[in-house]
Design a binder for this molecule. Sequence first.
Ligand SMILES: Cc1cc2nc3c(=O)[nH]c(=O)nc-3n(C[C@H](O)[C@H](O)[C@H](O)COP(=O)(O)O)c2cc1C
Length: 207
Amino acid sequence: MNILRIDSSVRTENSKTRELTDFFFNELGKYVRFSLVHQEVGLRPPPIPNDDFVKANYTLPAQRTDRMNGVLETSDKLIDELLNADRIVLASPMYNFSIPASLKAYIDNIVRVGRTFSLEENGNMSGLLGGKKVLIITARGTMSYRKDGALASFDFQENYLKALFEFLGVTDIRFVHTEAQDFGTEELKHKNFGLAREELKDLASVW
Ligand SMILES: Cc1cc2nc3c(=O)[nH]c(=O)nc-3n(C[C@H](O)[C@H](O)[C@H](O)COP(=O)(O)O)c2cc1C
């Protein structure tokens, strides 16, 4: 089994998402064998698509110049990795109610017509990542983003990532959140972190 791990925290130490994701892989290793490809998009963000990228991307593959192919090289490599993965583990901190800019740059590189989704003449689109499983591990500084919580309507992280992977054809999407990691009491922080670890431990045995 091939797994693609994507980390998107900009922290180089004490990253909660990275710690939980390390923990999950450690647990998963007790049950299955897998090979791992690791993208550190938080520490090494892919380039933000620019005008050259859009022109190259909107040119049919057979008509692209060498220069255009060069412009799309990083994106193509990231997509190849994604398509090659049976499963994807995405570690996403919440930044300003949504995802880190580096993760958005990654997404802008991998969502491409003809590669990760198809577009028919009538405008119908369908995702090409069907059959893959996606696990998304998040950390938030405060709490109350869960259903019926006071900040539920501010959650543009889970809603966005869920919609995005569904658009790409994924039906098996799991989220494990840990909240109150910056601004809760020490007790609450530890309790929430522990709950996320328990959830990940259970998931590893069945995922
Ligand atoms: C730029 C930035 C924006 C943030 N915005 C939010 C936010 O909108 N809501 C929230 O609950 N926490 C927010 N936080 C806190 C992070 O979600 C929290 O520190 C989390 O632990 C980050 O994951 P990490 O530990 O893996 O880096 C923000 C942190 C940063 C650095």
